[in-house]
Ligand binder design. Structure first.
Ligand SMILES: *Cc1c(COP(=O)(O)O)cnc(C)c1O
Length: 424
């Protein structure tokens, strides 16, 4: 099946009792055991099946199977949010004393997690400029356990050369974790370029309507966890019958990463996704590739419009030929450049604020990936905790406005931008 077809049919199993065409929402916390032996087998992992919805749910399973197919991965695990997907991906690999080398142009929430929460657990994150992939290599030492980057950084919209970073990761026998939220799998599949773990905030384009929160982690199944430096995969887990995840899972060894994440961080920390939210994300997936076509066409039209506007200082959109990311973007994004556009309003901080306050159609809020167009002024909101130096390092200027262009009629979007720029 091609992408658009898998997005509608992937992982679906027709309910044998009702023959329901739509995927049922299994609103249950727990599942009956057939007998005591069945119960014992489930707990001992001799048989895989449903026990309790914190660990898994049949609606969630369809979503996980479908995403794994769309990403070209081996298995996926859906979680309560993109934020928990990121946290669980790190703590599924790292312990106190370990290090992660990460790109410095991260989503604000990820930056805070890496900067202030992970150090509390003794995990150090070294931030490097991803524009030169060699910066990752320079920061690797014998404590490093993973490399981490985003496909398109936020809000500077810098594209990382994933293939080059994946090669460095491979040379050092380290997994590469990629947050691909800004490039849903119809635009870019990081596993095709050597990534080992792919994260999405489902909240954004996959949900697609600004209504539901969720995250998902996809295990590519292409990493060798038997290297003893990955203690969590090689030493017996006392909390799970002495299981060594890299060795004792038999035919499930290729999905050791996803399975351990379900059995350890998810089971014991509990950021599970609700079956209702899984259903909403399945609904979103059905139209994902159609919506991305429109997001991309509108994004490009807005970028071209702003480029020639006299009140605009600069425009950043990976699809513009003069953009510094254009050659990387063209290499990775064959089906469109997405809906994220950043630009500078002439007149600095106050002009940026006046522009935002004058918008009528485009909503001023902190989100991206909604079918409706959105705008934010990062310096006074999402990135306001950052010092002037940190702002500079993340390439955010006082006049920067970040747009998440939706799927409305392009003329209505351009009219709103025109009148708001006039008032800026
Ligand atoms: C939104 C977002 C997250 C966090 O996801 P939530 O679902 O809001 O927790 C992580 N990374 C990126 C790139 C995002 O855009």
């Amino acid at each position: 099946m091609r992408f658009a077809t898998t997005a509608l049919h992937g992982g679906r199993k027709v309910d044998s009792d009702t023959l329901s065409c739509g995927v049922p929402i299994y609103r249950t916390t727990s599942y009956l055991f057939k007998d005591t032996e069945h119960a014992a087998n489930l707990f001992a992992l001799k048989e895989l099946g449903n026990i309790y919805t914190r660990i898994g749910n049949p609606t969630q399973e369809v979503l996980e199977k479908r995403i794994a197919m769309l990403e070209g991965g081996a298995a996926s695990l859906a979680l309560a949010s993109g934020t928990s997907a990121i946290f669980y991906s790190i703590i599924n690999i790292c312990e106190a004393g370990n290090e992660v080398v990460a790109a410095n142009n991260l989503y604000g929430g990820t930056y805070s997690q890496f900067d202030s929460i992970l150090p509390q657990l003794g995990i150090k994150v070294k931030l490097v400029d991803p524009k030169n992939p060699e910066n990752f290599r320079r920061a690797i030492n014998d404590k490093t356990r993973a490399l981490y980057c985003e496909t398109i950084g936020n809000p500077g919209l810098t594209m990382t050369d994933i293939e080059a970073v994946a090669k460095i990761a491979q040379e050092h026998a380290l997994p590469l974790i990629v947050d691909a939220t800004f490039t849903p799998p119809c635009l870019l599949r990081p596993i095709d370029y050597g990534a080992n773990v792919v994260i999405h905030s489902l909240t954004k384009w996959i949900g697609g309507h600004g209504t539901v929160l969720g995250g998902i982690v996809t295990d590519a199944g292409n990493f060798d966890w038997t290297d003893p430096k990955f203690t969590l995969f090689n030493e017996p887990d006392a909390s799970y019958h002495g299981l060594r995840y890299a060795h004792d899972l038999g035919e499930m060894n290729p999905i050791a990463f996803a399975l351990r994440m379900r059995l350890v961080p998810l089971r014991n920390l509990g950021a599970c996704i609700s079956p209702d939210n899984c259903w909403s994300f399945l609904q979103g997936l059905e139209t994902l590739s159609l919506r991305m076509e429109r997001h991309s066409a509108n994004g490009l039209a807005v970028a071209n419009f702003l480029t020639t506007h006299k009140k605009v200082e600069w425009v950043n959109y990976p699809g513009l030929t003069e953009n510094e990311n254009n050659s990387t973007a063209k290499h990775y994004l064959k089906n469109g450049f997405g809906g994220m556009v950043a630009f500078g309003v002439k007149g600095g901080l106050n002009a940026g604020k006046r522009f935002i306050e004058s918008l009528h159609l485009i909503s001023h809020l902190a989100n991206v990936g909604d079918a409706k167009s959105l705008a934010i002024h990062p310096a006074s909101t999402t990135h306001s905790q950052l010092s002037e130096e940190q702002l500079k390092a993340s390439s955010i200027s006082a006049s920067m406005v970040r747009l998440s262009i939706g799927i409305e009629h392009i003329d209505d979007i351009l009219e709103d931008l025109t009148q708001a720029l006039d008032k800026s």
